[in-house]
Design a protein around this ligand. Structure first.
Ligand code: MN
Ligand code: MN
Length: 326
């Protein structure tokens, strides 16, 4: 397949069709991974989606600005992978389809419904979504849109299990999306693995919920003891052969590498371990993936958003390798 051409834009100087990856990287409207922009889902295999919402945070807000800054740092992204020589843009039809639109950001239930409807439409169009949050509360409505027919497997990379119960009178917060998803039958807890968990808590109820429902919880100490290759093998054993969703919370990475997040926990993954971990899931039947909790106000040098963009690129390589030809 030829390189993607953004038919809505032309090179201003030559009038030729605009090839995003061949242009100087500081030009034009910033898009995820420098993909073409698209207004609709027609003729797409993979949609890059922003979810600029952080109404579910429990402490420090800012992840609503994640999609915008990941798009900005995406100017540093290129197309051919340095290890695999894979070029996802040559394998699949990929576009940035913009952000989820909200009917009211002040009503959590409406936000959840708006996100779920958006992902239902993407799923029905047989397009694979790769999303940038937003806080982690957005993954529950993503799963409502993608996994309504049957529970899916889940790979969650995170410092926190996000299986906590109601907080401040609401279940729709960034500490509880996978409890909600489990209760709603959207994920199979026995095909769920949570990787990189750490940090003290005031109650054990989230950890206990994950254990009681049969989720495989890999605390950071186990990750460090096993090494990434064995963690990948264990995660692949847990999720098996069925459809699986991959959710990457940037706070799984040590704040030395990724300070720009709402709930940092020291003692986490290195950025290299994070990339190697994602790369290890090549070949799994993914139904979508996300990178969440990038909070630019706590990211003074932009490295967290750069890592977010790079993780999206690694995830895009996984999705492009398995995109169904239509
Ligand atoms: Mn999380
Ligand atoms: Mn987290």
């Amino acid at each position: 397949m030829a390189r993607p051409t953004d038919t809505t834009r032309r090179n201003a100087a030559t009038g030729e069709p605009y090839h995003p990856h061949l242009e100087p990287r500081y030009r034009e409207i910033a898009t995820f991974l420098r993909a073409p922009l698209a207004e609709c889902l027609d003729d797409l295999d993979i949609a890059l989606v922003g979810i600029p919402f952080d109404g579910g945070v429990s402490n420090r807000p800012g992840a609503r600005l994640g999609p915008r800054e990941i798009r900005n740092q995406s100017s540093l992204m290129r197309s051919i992978h340095h290890v695999t020589r894979q070029d996802p843009f040559a394998q699949a039809r990929i576009a940035d389809i913009g952000d989820v639109r909200f009917s009211s950001v002040y009503d959590l239930e409406r936000v959840s419904n708006d996100i779920a409807a958006h992902y239902r439409a993407i799923h029905q169009a047989r397009v694979l979504p790769l999303s940038a949050g937003g806080d982690h509360s957005v993954t529950y409505p993503i799963l409502r849109g993608l996994a309504a027919e049957a529970p899916v497997g889940l790979i969650q990379v995170d410092a926190h299990t996000d299986t906590w119960d109601e907080f401040q009178g609401s279940k729709f917060h960034h500490g509880g999306p996978f409890r909600l998803a489990c209760e709603a039958g959207l994920i199979d807890p026995r095909r769920t693995v949570q990787i990189g968990i750490r940090g003290a808590q005031n109650t054990a109820q989230g950890w206990d919920y994950s254990d009681a429902t049969g989720m495989r919880v890999m605390f950071m100490e186990e990750v460090e003891a096993l090494g990434i290759a064995a963690v990948v093998a264990e995660a692949r054993r847990v999720v098996g052969d069925g459809p699986v969703y991959l959710s990457f919370d940037i706070d799984s990475v040590d704040p030395a590498f990724a300070p720009g997040t709402g709930t940092p926990e020291v003692g986490g993954l290195t950025s290299l371990q994070a990339l190697q971990l994602v790369r290890g899931f090549r070949g799994l039947p993914l139904i979508g993936a996300d990178v969440v909790e990038v909070a630019p106000p706590f990211d003074p040098n932009g490295n967290t958003a750069l890592l977010g963009a790079t993780l999206m690129y690694e995830l895009l390589c996984l999705l492009a390798a398995q995109a169904e030809p239509k």
